[in-house]
Design a protein around this ligand. Structure first.
Ligand code: NI
Ligand code: MN
Length: 232
């Protein structure tokens, strides 16, 4: 069963696993580049990397309307509870849980995490998915870190099919460090995100993808918001 990944803009992704739809970091209505509105999102589970507004702005409304289970840190789960979202799975770094079509593991990320009202969000995270026969890594907001080599190591003889990486700089790693991340992760396909949304993170995604391909590190594709790729 092919897995479909759709970028809706910024750091928000829809993952069709064949057994359900996951949303990563729901940020739609206030995202200047979003391809859809929060009210039109349907999903079975929501994965959250950290508490910053550009990753959770539409989390409460979508979670309440859809009833989808939210996988997030313990601290974000507590905060969601106070906002009337009960269907959460409180996790922490290193934890793995079942999602429709496979599993999701909460990986490390070097960043910060507070919720829009200032509440501490726990550690920031990345997500390593094994769904529908595909291994997909969402780095979340992070600096480059050498454990990416470990995250990319083959598991059961299978390396990463896809690595989704921030290239925006300023708040996360920039283009050069993101190329190094691809070198460490060794995915088949690298997809850039978390750039082009606002002036501080303006970057040339096509130039970055060309650099990745020319260095023969991986295939790299630049999506426009609303565009999908099929894996497998
Ligand atoms: Ni952030
Ligand atoms: Mn961010």
């Amino acid at each position: 069963m092919p897995v479909t990944l759709t970028w809706t803009g910024h750091a928000t992704w829809l993952v069709e696993t064949g057994a359900g739809r996951l949303v990563v970091d729901p940020f739609f209505d206030e995202c200047p580049t979003a391809s859809m509105k929060a009210a039109d999102v349907t999903c079975d589970a929501i994965l959250v990397t950290h508490g910053h507004f550009d990753h959770v702005a539409d989390l409460v409304s979508i979670a309440k309307r859809t009833g989808a289970k939210v996988l997030c840190t313990f601290e974000i789960a507590q905060w969601l509870g106070k906002h009337g979202v009960a269907n959460t799975l409180a996790m922490n770094l290193g934890g793995q849980a079942a999602v429709p079509g496979g599993t999701a593991k909460m990986e490390i990320a070097w960043h910060s995490s507070s919720l829009p009202d200032g509440t501490y969000g726990g550690n920031p995270a990345g997500w390593l998915l094994d769904v529908g026969g595909a291994r997909i890594y969402f780095a979340g907001d992070t600096a480059l870190f050498s454990d990416m080599e470990r995250i990319g190591r083959p598991h059961g003889g299978r390396g990463l099919d896809v690595a989704v990486l921030p290239i925006g700089d300023c708040f996360t790693m920039g283009p050069d460090d993101a190329v190094e991340a691809v070198r460490l992760l060794k995915p088949t396909l690298a997809l850039p995100n978390h750039y082009g949304t606002w002036p501080p993170i303006e970057q040339d995604g096509a130039a970055w993808a060309a650099k990745v391909r020319e260095a023969k590190l991986a295939d790299a594709k630049v999506l426009v918001p609303g565009e999908s790729v099929r894996i497998g």
